[in-house]
Design a binder for this molecule. Structure first.
Ligand code: F6R
Length: 608
């Protein structure tokens, strides 16, 4: 969480920083700030609130420098106030930070004894003071950063300006994401590539523990022993357009509409002779998964729901034991996992702290690890034994949409491959599901996304409520989980997901006049049973919405019915989630919430 940016070159640093911060705002939007070296002096501007407010404040000043750093904050230590906004200055050091310094209180006490005084409640101001203190002792900025970071426990990506070094930005990272972009006589530091795509697609990623000295003439990277190291140069396949709204009112709607293309991209090159083929992603991935004792899918939030889809389909189709675990639980439960198991970590950002920690734990225990990741060269992608990239392009809206669709698509394709490898399905079945994923699913989603107002009409009803329930059986139970998360996340309507058979075991007492109960039944074997669950809610006054394949549902199935334009269970269930995404989107728009940046959240959760 938090986005950081730095620039040095010939352009107006303020403009580059603001543009970068607007792109990074999805990482946090509690406060924003920047420091620019203008006419030899470091000028800091900050505001509580979003980057737009910072832009207004910065534009009222004559900031003409061409070197500077910026920050958009998701509060960890200290409230989202002006005082706690970054950058923080202590002595000669002005610093922006993404991460958490766990032992900051102890360091702060020691620094106070040295005479440092603090005006914020942040761990970042303490980091700035510690580096300044080490600078006084060491004289050399690299040594100062090295010895200061050695004393810090936790994670960080720092960008800093140090008085006396007017043309340099220093950067350091441990675990938190950080890239360095390179251009013609200019350089950039950013939390991710989308912040600088407007200027360059060339970048490198410092390893955890690296310190960098960045000037417009060149970049030097040092390892934790301060020895110069070369880090691989990369070129992003994303372009500026993919990180902009392209005429849509919100990123979320744009990203839902990108799902058909994203599905085609993720499948492309992964089919041979009509069946799934992951050989391009690494040798023997499928054979390894098919021969392990157990498969775990591990992730957080929406990505975990894709893991639940994976669990369900792997068990049903491949008849292999598969557990889905929340990364934040898995990492602390001393899981029973070892060298005969496989752990699949699913993550859009590839940087989620709990998912990364779960991956490291699984590796430590000797399991085969596979990352299903969207962001190229992110930590999970680099650290897993193998990675399958989901190729969805940048996802900017905080609420995940297309990332889920491609994760669920990959999990389905992978389950089909494992089932075929283990002889649990024949080639014809594998070909049928693969073809449905490749053609039927993108078409169905295109039709749903082009909805001419039916889903909006349902959203108008839901938007009047303060509570909602999603139910389903089998795979639909997991679609319900994701639908419910999406609705509450962006519309702020309290929502819960239940297995359809569970309502009568307590929850029915919450159902009253007009309370929306939304059910999907993509598994036709469970259609009647799910309908019965919905009828029980209807009998208690609920406003019911029924979602199921067009060939089995009828208008009488609910107060409102969404007929999915696809037939088979797994494919229909993925498209049901798209219908839920649209329902959540329109509901949130009607409730006038900040759809792309819901309150209190951030896209990339790099703290645990
Ligand atoms: C919800 C949402 C989150 C993420 C979760 C994991 O809409 O986006 O629940 O799915 O924070 O993030 P990644 O996939 O980046 O690991």
């Amino acid at each position: 969480m938090c986005g950081i940016i730095g620039y040095t070159g010939k352009r107006n640093a303020k403009d580059v920083i603001l543009s970068g911060l607007f792109s990074l705002e999805y990482r946090g939007y509690d406060s924003a700030g920047m420091a620019v070296v203008s006419e030899g002096k470091t000028v800091t501007v900050k505001t509580a609130g979003k980057v737009k407010m910072l832009e207004n404040a910065a534009n009222s000043l004559n900031l003409c420098g061409s070197i500077g750093i910026g920050h958009t904050r998701w509060a960890t230590h200290g409230a989202p106030t002006f005082e706690n906004a970054h950058p923080h200055t202590q002595g000669r050091v002005t610093l922006v930070h993404n991460g958490i310094i766990e032992n900051y209180a102890k360091i702060k006490t020691a620094l106070e004894k040295e005479g440092y005084r603090f005006s914020s409640e942040t761990d970042t101001e303490v980091a700035a003071a510690l580096i300044d203190s080490r600078l006084s002792a060491e004289g050399d900025p690299l040594k100062a950063i090295g010895s200061a970071t050695e004393k810090m426990r936790g994670s960080f990506a720092f960008a800093m300006i140090i008085e006396g070094f007017p043309n340099v930005i220093f950067a350091a990272r441990r675990d938190s994401p950080l890239i360095i972009g390179t251009g013609e006589e200019e350089a950039f530091i950013a939390s991710d590539i989308t912040a600088i795509l407007k200027y360059t697609r060339n970048y490198l990623i410092p390893e955890s523990g690296d310190i960098a000295r960045v000037t417009s003439d060149g970049i030097s990277v040092f390892d934790s022993d301060l020895l110069p190291v070369a880090r691989e140069k990369k070129v992003s396949v994303w372009d500026t357009e993919s990180a902009e709204k392209g005429g849509y009112p919100h990123f979320m709607l744009k990203e839902i509409n990108e799902e058909p293309t994203a599905i085609k991209n993720v499948i492309s090159g992964r089919i041979k002779n009509g069946v799934p083929d992951f050989s391009g992603d690494g040798e023997n991935i499928v054979a390894r998964l098919a021969s392990t004792d157990r498969i775990f899918t591990v992730a957080c939030g929406t990505a975990m729901h894709a893991g639940l889809f994976g669990k369900y389909i792997t068990e049903k189709l491949a008849r292999r034991p598969c557990e889905c675990e929340l990364a934040s639980e898995f990492r602390y439960k001393n899981p029973i996992v070892g060298k005969d198991d496989a752990v699949i970590v699913i993550s859009q950002s590839g940087e989620t702290a709990d998912s990364l920690a779960a991956l490291r734990l699984a590796k430590e225990k000797g399991a085969f690890t596979l990352g299903i990741v969207n962001v190229a060269a992110s930590s999970i992608a680099r650290e897993a034994d193998n990675v399958i990239y989901t190729r969805a392009g940048p996802e900017i809206a905080v609420a995940s949409t297309k990332a889920f669709t491609v994760q669920a698509t990959v999990m389905t394709l992978l389950s089909v491959a494992i089932a075929l490898e283990s002889g649990k399905i024949d080639a014809e079945t594998a070909k049928r599901i693969t073809s449905e994923l490749s053609y039927e699913l993108p078409e169905a989603i295109k039709i749903l996304a082009g909805d001419d107002g039916h889903i909006k009409k349902i959203a108008a009803e839901i938007s009047k409520s303060e509570n909602a329930f999603f139910i389903g059986r089998g795979i639909d139970r997991y679609a319900a989980e994701e639908g419910s998360l999406k609705l509450k996340e962006i519309s702020y309507i309290h929502s819960e997901a239940y297995a359809a058979g569970e309502l009568k075991h307590g929850t029915l007492s919450l159902i009253g006049e007009g309370v929306p109960v939304i059910a999907s039944a993509c598994d036709r074997a469970l259609y009647e049973k799910t309908k019965a669950g919905l009828s029980e809610a209807k009998a208690r006054g609920a406003m019911t919405v029924f979602v199921s394949p067009a060939d089995i549902c009828t208008e009488k199935d609910g107060d409102f019915v969404i007929a999915l334009p696809c037939i088979s269970e797994y494919i229909a269930a993925i498209s049901a989630v798209t219908a839920y995404q649209l329902l959540a989107y329109h509901t949130a728009v009607m409730r006038k919430t900040d759809v792309d940046m819901p309150k209190n959240l951030a896209k990339s959760v790099t703290v645990e």
